[in-house]
Design a protein around this ligand. Structure first.
Ligand code: 8X3
Length: 259
C-alpha cells in the first residue's frame, strides 16, 4: 500500500497547520493548500526535514478555476480536510456589511463546495476516502453579532450533512468537526481586522481555550478510525464554554478581593 495523501486547506496557520503536522505524523503524505505560499513552504520544509512527505501548493479555495487546476495536478487523494475559513466582523444583522457576509460565504461554504466537487472523483477512486469539514459551533447555534459567520457556518454544516446522505453508496465518508472557542494566532485578529486588544478580549479570563493542536488531535483521531467508522459530527469546546454565549471567565488577578 502506498502512502495515503491528505489535502489540507488553510494549512498555513492555526488548525490547518496543526492538522498537517498530525496527519503527517500519522503516516500521510500531506498536501498543504493555502493562499500564503511562504507559510506553507516553511511548513512543508519543516515536515520534510522531519522525514515526512509534504508538499506546498498555493491555492485560494474561492477560485474555482484554481481549485480545478489543483485537483488536476494531484495523483491521488485519500483525505480532504476542508479547513480554510474564517470570520469577518461582529456587527449585528442591522449593521453588518454585506461584503463581509459575501466573503464569509465564499470561503466557508463555496470553498468547501469547490474542493469537494473537484476532489470527489479521486477520493472515490481511493476506495476509502474521507471528506472532513471543519465547521464550527457557530454552525449549530446562533449568537448576537455572529450573524454572517453563523449563517456561513450553518451553510458548511448543511453541505457536510447533505453530502453524507447523497454519497452513502460510495466509499467516501463525510466527517464534520465543529470547534467552539479555539485560541489561534489569527482567527480573532482577522475577525477584528487586526485589532489585537479586541482579539485578546475574546479569550480574556477563559482558563484554557482550545488550541489548534486540540482540534487537530480530534481531526487526526476521526481520520484514522477504520474506514467503515464515520464520525458524523464531533462538537468540541473548552470546558469553560458551555454554549456559544455561556462562557466562564475568571476575574483578572488584580480584580480579585484580597489578591
Ligand atoms: C469559532 C467559534 O464562537 O467564534 O468558529 O463562533 S465562534
Amino acid at each position: 500500500m502506498s502512502t495515503p495523501t491528505a489535502v489540507i486547506t488553510g494549512a498555513g496557520s492555526g488548525i490547518g497547520a496543526a492538522t498537517a503536522r498530525r496527519l503527517a505524523a500519522a503516516g500521510h503524505r500531506v498536501v498543504l493548500a493555502a493562499r500564503r505560499t511562504d507559510r506553507i513552504e516553511a511548513l512543508a520544509d519543516e515536515l520534510t526535514r522531519a522525514g515526512h512527505a509534504a508538499e506546498a501548493r498555493t491555492l485560494d479555495v474561492t477560485d474555482r478555476a484554481a481549485v480545478d487546476a489543483f485537483a488536476a495536478g494531484l495523483d491521488r487523494c485519500d483525505v480532504l480536510v476542508n479547513n480554510a475559513g474564517g470570520a469577518l466582523g461582529l456587527e449585528p444583522v442591522a449593521k453588518a456589511d454585506p461584503a463581509d457576509w459575501r466573503a464569509m460565504y465564499e470561503v466557508n461554504v463555496l470553498g468547501v463546495l469547490h474542493m469537494t466537487q473537484a476532489l470527489l472523483p479521486a477520493l472515490e477512486a481511493s476506495g476509502a476516502g474521507t471528506v472532513l469539514v471543519v465547521s464550527s459551533t457557530a454552525g449549530l447555534g446562533v449568537y448576537e453579532g455572529g450573524g454572517g459567520y453563523v449563517a456561513a457556518k450553518h451553510g458548511a454544516h448543511a453541505v457536510a450533512q447533505t453530502l453524507r446522505l447523497e454519497i452513502v453508496d460510495r466509499p467516501v465518508r463525510v466527517i464534520e468537526i465543529a470547534p467552539g472557542m479555539v485560541r489561534t494566532d489569527e482567527f480573532s485578529l482577522v475577525r477584528f481586522r487586526g485589532d489585537e486588544e479586541r482579539a485578546a478580549r475574546v479569550y480574556e479570563g477563559v482558563a484554557e481555550p482550545l488550541t489548534a493542536e486540540d482540534v487537530a488531535d480530534s481531526i487526526a483521531w476521526a481520520v484514522t478510525r477504520p474506514p467503515h467508522v464515520n464520525v458524523d459530527l464531533l462538537v468540541l469546546r473548552p470546558r469553560a464554554q458551555a454554549s456559544n454565549s455561556k462562557v466562564h471567565r475568571e476575574p483578572a488577578p488584580g480584580a480579585r478581593p484580597g489578591a
